[in-house]
Design a binder for this molecule. Sequence first.
Ligand SMILES: C[S@@+](CC[C@H](N)C(=O)[O-])C[C@H]1O[C@@H](n2cnc3c(N)ncnc32)[C@H](O)[C@@H]1O
Length: 265
Amino acid sequence: MPKRKSKPRFTAKNSDRHDLYQRSVQAPEFEVEFFDKTFKKLRKRRPYSMREDFCGTALLCGHWVDSHKKRTALGVDIDPDVLQWGVENNLKPFGEPGNRVTLAQRDVRQVTREKFDLVNAMNFSYWIFQERAEMVRYFKAVRKSLVKDGIFFLDMYGGWESQEVMEEARKIEGGFTYVWDQHSFDPMNNVAVNYIHFRFRDGSEMKRAFKYVWRQWSMVEIRELLTEAGFKKLHIYWDVVDGSFRERKKMDNQPGWLAYIAALV
Ligand SMILES: C[S@@+](CC[C@H](N)C(=O)[O-])C[C@H]1O[C@@H](n2cnc3c(N)ncnc32)[C@H](O)[C@@H]1O
């Protein structure tokens, strides 16, 4: 019998942009393990309560509560639609652990009374704040939301290639291509406009599925602003070997790099 050509699983028409995003850029299991390990090392105890700022679909919240039965999470995002998507597609499928996640539709700069062991802002989302005063205001709000031995985790990228106008394509398991489009970079204010596109095996494309207008902050600027906001000690973890982060105090410059900051109250 002639072999029937299998239909491509993902096409622009049948795919959901949040699902494609999660498959392409998020690594929640890795991040939960990294937070757990780093917190234990720095604070000599395990963290239980987490707030995920700019949580989007709250995938990380789901994995956090699933990693320990005492764990709780609050996901904060300004967009009600993405939160609803997260409830339906991420939290409900988790079953009971998903009930330990609360989602709040609000601005992350709002100070709340509830305090957390750990707050995180992942995938560079906090770069939406483009002025120093605005960033310090956000960092101060985070500091006030942490317990006295709490930790704020942030990620960063940089290197000279990160300021180049270019497109980078990566094949994703399941059969589609994720395209990171560094569309423009203004050296007057370091504001970059980036897009994510998705391309599919049937030739279709989901163009500009996501858009980001970010100020590309440098490591030294973020360190200074965290200190100005009152964080007492900062630890920097550099992606030294692909996907393996190690604490570093000094680095040689690189064309492209990724790092996590652990900011201690
Ligand atoms: C790049 S997504 C982050 C998704 C997810 N955290 C991740 O790690 O991939 C950025 C999210 O930030 C949200 N957002 C933007 N400005 C915000 C603000 N001021 N307060 C709360 N959420 C905000 C957007 O609605 C969007 O869902």
